[in-house]
Design a binder for this molecule. Structure first.
Ligand SMILES: C=CC1=C(C)c2cc3[nH]c(cc4nc(cc5[nH]c(cc1n2)c(C)c5CCC(=O)O)C(CCC(=O)O)=C4C)c(C)c3C=C
Ligand SMILES: [Fe+2]
Ligand SMILES: [Fe+2]
Length: 344
């Protein structure tokens, strides 16, 4: 039976798993994913996700009846269908790709540091994973949310979950956080190298679109730095790739609900570009450390169909950094930097 509490890596790599006496741990945290591509599995996952006040800040008395009366009756079936299109032999791509990244980082960082993985929603939970690490003797914990750009809705929510885990411990470990790495030179270089590598293996399209997950515009007005950080990542990548604003375009995807989200929207942008005569559109999603529903289904399937229906020839999705050498090296170097000063 797979461990419910924490990730320890597949058995054939057990040699790389540090001994239980290791006192320093890195905890990677990703969003989480349903346990199966079914409405039944989607319901508790969406209930936990959409009850998070960092994600939906509508007052509870108003939101609760909408969530339980409408959304959790309708959305699970629709989302299950979308997950069904990307579910593979290894399960949910977000989950197994995050595990593969954790595993590769463990091998890269060596046996002095323990690398663990938790999910903000669902399993393995942040609370039980941290409790297990502490039981095993971890006294120093560096948390890396797998979101390059800070948003209160994503990174902020991971901070809440870690704080809750600390509150539940009699003797919490010393704690550090990576808040964001949107402008980390190693990260920008990893993104650029991965896109250039993809262009070298395939040919190059007419334009490159960078699509980031959106958030409500109102959250940005209230002080969330997310939109600004997405624009900074885009500018740095544009400079590194020596492209201009007409060759590298930014948009925001995955809008939920009725209020305005960060714009321009990805679906409107791919249709506009097709209408303007762009034939081959390359799309990368630098806001996602690993491929997931939002990249594999929303971009590589849904938006590909929007683009061709509007007259485009082909939309080619450039995969996320995943557990590729570029990301393993850039994140390992970022982690070593944040671990500096702690005894091995
Ligand atoms: C890049 C980080 C993310 C931010 C910021 C973010 C904000 C945000 N998301 C929703 C609602 C949904 N997101 C869903 C899936 C999803 N979201 C992210 C990342 C960010 N979300 C990822 C990596 C995923 C994919 C998970 C997977 O299993 O592959 C979903 C669930 C799917 C669906 O039903 O559409 C919802 C719902 C909001 C409301 C929001 C900001 C307010
Ligand atoms: Fe290995
Ligand atoms: Fe999301």
């Amino acid at each position: 039976m797979p461990s419910r509490s924490h990730y320890t890596g597949p058995a054939d790599h057990s040699r790389e798993t540090p001994a239980a006496s290791v006192q320093t741990a890195v905890l990677l945290v990703n969003l989480g994913t349903p346990t199966a591509p079914t409405a039944r599995a989607l319901r508790p996952y969406l209930a936990e996700f959409l009850s998070d006040r960092r994600v939906i800040d509508t007052p509870r008395w108003l939101w609760w009846p909408i969530l339980h009366g409408v959304i959790l009756r309708l959305r699970p079936r629709r989302s299950a269908h979308a997950y069904g299109r990307i579910w593979d032999a290894q399960g949910s791509p977000l989950r197994w790709r995050s595990e593969a990244l954790a595993h590769a980082l463990q091998a890269e960082l060596g046996a002095d540091v323990r690398v663990a993985l938790a999910m903000r929603y669902g399993e393995p939970a942040v609370m039980s994973t941290i409790a297990q690490l502490v039981r095993e003797g971890v006294r120093r914990l560096l948390v890396l949310p797998l979101y390059p750009q800070y948003s209160a809705t994503s990174t902020g929510s991971v901070i809440d979950a870690v704080a809750d885990a600390m509150k539940a411990l009699r003797w919490p470990p010393e704690l550090r956080f990576v808040n964001d790495y949107h402008d980390d030179p190693g990260h920008i270089e990893a993104l650029a190298a991965s896109i250039e590598g993809w262009w070298a293996r395939h040919d190059r399209g007419d334009k490159l679109l960078l699509s980031f997950h959106g958030i409500p515009e109102r959250y940005v007005r209230l002080g969330d730095p997310y939109g600004e950080q997405c624009r900074t990542t885009t500018r740095l990548l544009r400079e590194r790739l020596r492209l201009d604003e007409s060759q590298l375009v930014l948009s925001f995807q995955s809008r939920v609900g009725r209020e305005d989200w960060l714009s321009p929207y990805t679906d409107a942008t791919v249709r506009r570009l097709a209408g303007e005569g762009v034939k081959r559109l390359d799309v990368a999603c630098p806001g996602f450390a690993v491929d997931c529903l939002e990249t594999l289904e929303e971009i590589a399937m849904q938006n590909r169909d929007f683009f061709t229906a509007a007259g485009g020839e082909s939309l080619r999705y450039i995969p996320a950094l995943n557990d590729g050498a570029e990301q393993v090296h850039s994140l390992a170097s970022l982690l070593r930097h944040h671990l500096a000063g702690w005894p091995a």
